[in-house]
Design a protein around this ligand. Structure first.
Ligand SMILES: Cc1cc2nc3c(=O)[nH]c(=O)nc-3n(C[C@H](O)[C@H](O)[C@H](O)COP(=O)(O)O)c2cc1C
Length: 168
């Protein structure tokens, strides 16, 4: 099978997941691998992944997805606030909404991805000014939970997702 793996990754988390997917695709022809835009004309299956920016995929990934025609598409992503499966399900729906009709989304996979330390510093500063702010406390907890992700288990699940999307 001819496979494209196209991904937006600012700090490396989504790239790590893409790498795990690539490894799981061993034996297949990888016709594109890297950030959008990529020429995926020859691909029979397109893995398209992004970090989560303001609750959805990046603008460059949105543009890439909107240019797809007649493809089997497997969507993946990482998210800093990925503490529940419910959140991942909602994200999958938002990513899916960017794929035009005429393509087929065959599978989705999301996992948690650590955030830059500057994000924690900002929350800490805000919490000092507003010590009872429950939302900020929750966000700090989410930050700390994300620190070790993507981990080995996430990457193993990404490989499972890749095999499932390929139908093996
Ligand atoms: C500017 C900015 C906006 C973000 N917005 C969200 C968001 O809306 N929801 C979320 O779950 N994570 C959000 N995150 C966290 C990233 O999606 C997460 O850390 C991701 O794993 C980064 O992936 P990358 O290393 O491939 O860039 C945001 C991070 C940054 C820097």
């Amino acid at each position: 099978m001819r496979i494209a793996i196209v991904f937006s990754s600012a700090t490396g988390n989504t790239a790590q997941v893409a790498e795990a997917i690539k490894e799981a695709c061993g034996g297949h022809e990888i016709v594109a691998y890297g950030p959008p835009p990529q020429n995926v004309d020859k691909a029979e299956l397109v893995f398209a992944g992004s970090w989560t920016d303001k609750g959805s995929c990046t603008a460059e990934m949105r543009e890439f997805l909107q240019g797809l025609h007649g493809k089997r598409v497997a969507l993946f992503g990482t998210a800093g606030f990925g503490v529940s499966q419910l959140y991942f399900t909602a994200l999958a729906e938002r990513f899916k909404a960017e794929v035009p009709q005429g393509n087929q989304v065959v599978s989705t996979f999301f996992c948690t991805g650590k955030m830059p330390q500057a994000v924690r510093t900002r929350y800490e500063t805000q919490l000092k000014a507003d010590p009872e702010n429950g939302k900020l406390k929750t966000m700090l907890q989410a930050f700390d939970l994300a620190l070790t992700h993507p981990d080995e288990a996430d990457l193993a699940q990404a490989a499972d997702f890749a095999r499932e999307a390929m139908g093996v």
